[in-house]
Design a protein around this ligand. Structure first.
Ligand code: DX5
Ligand code: ZN
Length: 227
């Protein structure tokens, strides 16, 4: 079992959506030394208007990385594929609250030995997700509309991060708080100051000439924001 690391600690999660899929394993290994989780964006062309990758790609990538594979399921019917993700080498799956059936999805994923995240879109209210904080390993708040990399950070969602951080700390819950979308050197400290401890970054890492240095720089600004 791959250790996801201490709850609440800063973790940088590069999103492979922005990587060159033709040399995916090499891209993933290039940032290994400065990153913690590997964020894998799965898109079904239905929940979001884009298609990315699925279990066969995860399975192919698995031998090349010891990182925690944080699989973000942008899918209308994730329940149908949980077993395939578990078998492919996923370590955690996050499901969107917007697709419904959340309690069953959480228990089904757990039964397969997966860690479980819950995701909320920018326009989705925080309150319904708060009810699940005690049952999940991480809450992920989208700071872009899911479906595409390289979009602008929606700062309005910081209010949800602050509320979630307060609830997690007050309840002493074993739950990480993840932010996904538009994270770069400017926005990462804003999200960290609002309470995020897992930071997903795609273009700000893989679209840079030196992805390893870009990941390290994001970690540095996040640590400084939390100091
Ligand atoms: C958006 C994805 C994000 C995306 C982040 O649908 O869930 O994980 O890859 O990409 P950037 O960091 O470029 O916004
Ligand atoms: Zn994502």
């Amino acid at each position: 079992m791959i250790d996801p690391g201490p709850i609440g600690a800063v973790r940088i999660a590069p999103s492979i959506l922005a990587a060159d899929f033709g040399v995916l394993a090499a891209q993933v290994q290039s940032v290994d030394a400065q990153t913690d989780w590997l964020h894998v964006d799965v898109m079904d062309g239905h929940f979001v208007p884009n298609i990315s990758l699925g279990p066969p790609v995860i399975k192919s990538l698995r031998p090349y990385s010891q990182k925690f594979f944080d699989c973000h399921l942008m899918m209308t019917d994730p329940g149908r594929y949980l077993e395939a993700f578990a078998n492919s080498g996923a370590n955690g799956v996050s499901v969107h609250i917007e697709v419904g059936g959340t309690a069953n999805l959480i228990s089904d994923a757990r039964a397969l030995g997966l860690r479980v995240g819950l995701v909320i879109n920018p326009e989705t209210p925080y309150k319904p997700a708060a009810e699940f904080l005690g049952d999940i390993d991480y809450l992920m708040i989208m700071s872009v509309h899911p479906g595409f990399g390289g979009q602008s950070f929606i700062e309005d969602v910081m209010e949800k991060l602050r509320r979630a951080r307060a609830d997690i700390d007050e309840g002493q819950l074993a739950c990480d708080l993840e932010i996904d979308g538009g994270i770069d050197l400017h926005t990462a400290p804003i999200a960290a100051a609002a309470g995020a401890n897992v930071l997903v970054a795609g273009s700000a890492i893989f679209n840079k000439p030196d992805p390893l240095a870009a990941a390290a720089a994001i970690r540095d600004v996040v640590l400084a924001a939390r100091a």
